[in-house]
Design a protein. Structure first.
Length: 346
């Protein structure tokens, strides 16, 4: 689970931190496909094999992607045989999508903007996280509840995220030079040890880890203070959008159904995640809490009215403003809502 870069090369260096695993068809899936084919043949009709496609995830397997797991398990990807490619250090999202290894990738607007600046032909076709998950975590004895509380504080973070902090400060009229940045590993330990006063992190990971350990903590979601960068976004190439549209629509329809089911029962989504990835070292309590805390990030009045993954011209305008503060100049045509319009319109 994670995390805004200065250039595509820096982004890819950060994402090279991970390990890549390719999910494969289960024996049950193969037998089921074979049985379906035999059934169609018995009826005198040609068997229709599901089209194989891949969805490149942005991080290691966890409840962060549980909606996709539900879609795969329940057969929501109609007409497709979807492989969910694990992301993480050493598994950047953009190259597999550009090469065609993955039809769709899960990225973030800042990463995509950086890639487009380098010539990548991407379009954002869906926004899973309506609110950016970046947050400032602190302890109740010395809380950060608004950007105005940051001056004079020591903040633990990766130096690669300096533009994120500076953008938050600009959006809120805070003097960034009055904040002491302490380079730290991505862990709650520096905060718990008193080495820093707060941490820049995702609201769904380090605060969750502290809560599971019984440590009271406070989380200031940066999205509540003007930091508008779409996260967990679905990206495709312009070529795929033109030539493989039906497959993209089918995949996104499955994602919509999977995430709506996730919203209804995060406990079941967590149980499925643990069942599918028993060797991933996932803590059940932390996974359930993460799943619960993702819901308000992914669903809103906007999605209630229009459907999962939706955005408006206004939210895009806010993204363009924040991305400019991060040094990324983009235009509204980076976002293409036509796939979602087809999915939800149907």
């Amino acid at each position: 689970m994670t995390p805004c870069g200065a250039a595509l090369t820096l982004i890819l260096e950060k994402e090279r931190d991970i390990m890549r695993t390719t999910a494969s068809l289960t024996r049950r899936g193969l037998l089921g496909a074979g049985a379906a084919a035999m059934g169609l043949a018995a009826l005198g009709r040609p068997a229709r094999a599901n089209i194989p496609v891949s969805l490149q995830l942005s991080w290691l397997h966890s409840t962060q992607f549980a909606g996709s797991y539900i879609a795969k398990q329940r057969g929501f990807y109609e007409g497709l045989d979807v492989t969910l490619l694990q992301g993480g250090p050493n598994a950047p999202v953009e190259p597999p999508v550009v090469s065609g290894t993955a039809l769709v990738g899960i990225s973030a607007a800042d990463y995509t903007a950086a890639a487009v600046a380098q010539g990548a032909p991407f379009r954002i076709i869906g926004v899973a996280m309506q609110n950016n998950p970046f947050a400032i975590a602190s302890l109740p004895a010395n809380p950060v509840r608004s950007p105005a509380d940051l001056p004079g504080k020591r903040i633990g973070m990766s130096l690669a995220n300096t533009p994120v902090l500076e953008a938050l400060c600009q959006l809120n009229g805070v003097d960034a030079s009055a904040i002491e940045v302490v380079p730290t590993q991505y862990s709650p330990q520096p905060l718990l040890a008193g080495e820093v006063d707060c941490l820049l992190c995702w609201a769904t990971d380090l605060p969750v880890a502290m809560t599971v350990q019984g440590v009271e903590n406070e989380t200031m979601l940066m999205a509540d203070h003007g930091y508008a960068v779409h996260s967990q976004t679905y990206i495709v190439t312009e070529e795929s959008l033109a030539e493989r549209r039906a497959e993209i629509v089918a995949l996104m329809a499955g994602e919509v159904a999977g995430w709506e089911a996730y919203r209804v029962d995060t406990a079941a989504a967590t149980a499925l995640t643990l069942e599918m990835f028993p060797d991933a070292g996932l803590d059940p309590e932390a996974q359930l809490l993460q799943a619960e805390r993702q819901v308000p990030l992914m669903f809103s009045e906007l999605t209630d009215a229009n459907g999962f993954g939706w955005w408006t011209d206004e939210t895009v305008a806010a993204n363009i403003e924040t991305l400019a503060l991060l040094g990324r100049e983009v235009t509204a045509d980076l976002w293409d809502r036509s796939i979602l319009e087809e999915v939800h319109g149907a």
